[in-house]
Design a protein around this ligand. Structure first.
Ligand code: NAP
Length: 276
């Protein structure tokens, strides 16, 4: 039986690079479900790829709407019984020109609660040797957070739902204007990325506890700096930035190794980044 993969946010940016790369690596026995949110981008994403082998099927998914994730899961599980690779890549953008109060809720809803819902619906259907990747960032490390906040993200003891509660409380703090005095960093991307990495670590912990014999891998990745519409407003010099395809290559290289060594970790360019 061929491999089955699902990528969210696959119509542009890193997600599209990942789609291009998987399209090269997979064979005609395999199928890639291409998760896109904006319907007008659906066909564009598919048509611009020269199909070198795998079947590509575009499915609508808005990760801020749990029912759309569930619907994709049902489609895939009914057809294939499970899934080999899930890449939770979709992410809302933020702008340095918009007050954090006005963008934090949508950002966390998409990037954190979205990643949670992806894990909730797909983790139970990972096939043997299946892989679940949360695209996060090197900013998703406790190194970037003041010490008194570290225990909120204790990945040894917390549940996925407890991380959601912490992120909900964080939204409230930002909206109330108390986040800075509570010690949270100014850039809302940092707590969000830490929350995402915590989800991957906790999901991997539970997977190891409950399904060790399935040899599945759940981990977070940082793609490094990638030249996309999302990153450009935050970095003046993009000369060093990778193209989405180049960044995707680093991630796909990981997939060609024994991925169980990465489970529960945050990985960049094939190496683990420290959590604290
Ligand atoms: N770029 C970098 O330098 C960099 C560095 C470190 C980490 N990352 C991480 O890499 C990931 C991808 O970043 P990127 O730079 O490629 O961003 P991007 O260019 O903004 O692409 C984001 C993708 O997510 C989709 N999306 C947004 N909201 C969605 C939702 N509610 N449901 C489903 N899809 C949604 C977008 O679709 P639409 O076209 O419909 O908006 C788009 O396809 C993010 O997690 C980001 O934090 C990026």
């Amino acid at each position: 039986m061929g491999k089955v993969a699902f990528i969210t946010g696959a119509n542009q940016g890193l997600g599209f690079g990942l789609l291009q790369r998987l399209n090269e690596l997979y064979t005609k026995e395999d199928i890639i479900y291409v998760g896109v949110r904006r319907t007008e981008e659906r066909e564009k994403a598919i048509q611009s790829i020269i199909n070198k082998g795998p079947k590509l099927e575009v499915l609508y998914v808005d990760v801020a709407k749990e029912d759309t994730i569930k619907s994709v899961k049902n489609t895939i599980v009914e057809k294939h019984g499970g899934i080999d690779l899930v890449i939770s890549n979709a992410a809302a953008r933020i702008s340095p020109d918009i007050d954090n109060k006005d963008q934090v809720a949508q950002f966390v809803r998409t990037n954190n609660f979205g990643a949670y819902c992806m894990l909730k619906h797909f983790q139970p259907y990972l096939k043997e040797n299946g892989v679940f990747i949360v695209v996060a960032s090197s900013f998703g490390s406790l190194i970037h957070l003041k010490g008194h906040l570290h225990s909120l993200f204790n990945v040894e003891t917390k549940s996925l739902e407890e991380i959601n509660t912490i992120m909900s409380n964080y939204i409230t703090s930002v909206k109330k204007g108390t986040a800075t005095t509570e010690g949270w960093p100014e850039w809302i991307n940092i707590p969000s990325k830490i929350g995402q990495v915590a989800l991957a670590k906790i999901a991997a912990r539970e997977e190891e506890r409950q399904n060790a014999n399935k040899h599945t891998s759940i981990f977070a990745v940082c793609p490094g700096l990638v030249d996309t519409d999302a990153s450009r407003p935050f970095f003046n010099n993009m000369h060093e930035a990778q193209t989405p395809y180049e960044a995707a290559k680093h991630i796909s290289n990981i997939l060609q190794t024994d991925t169980t060594q990465f489970s529960g970790k945050l990985i960049q360019f094939g190496r683990e980044l420290p959590w604290n």
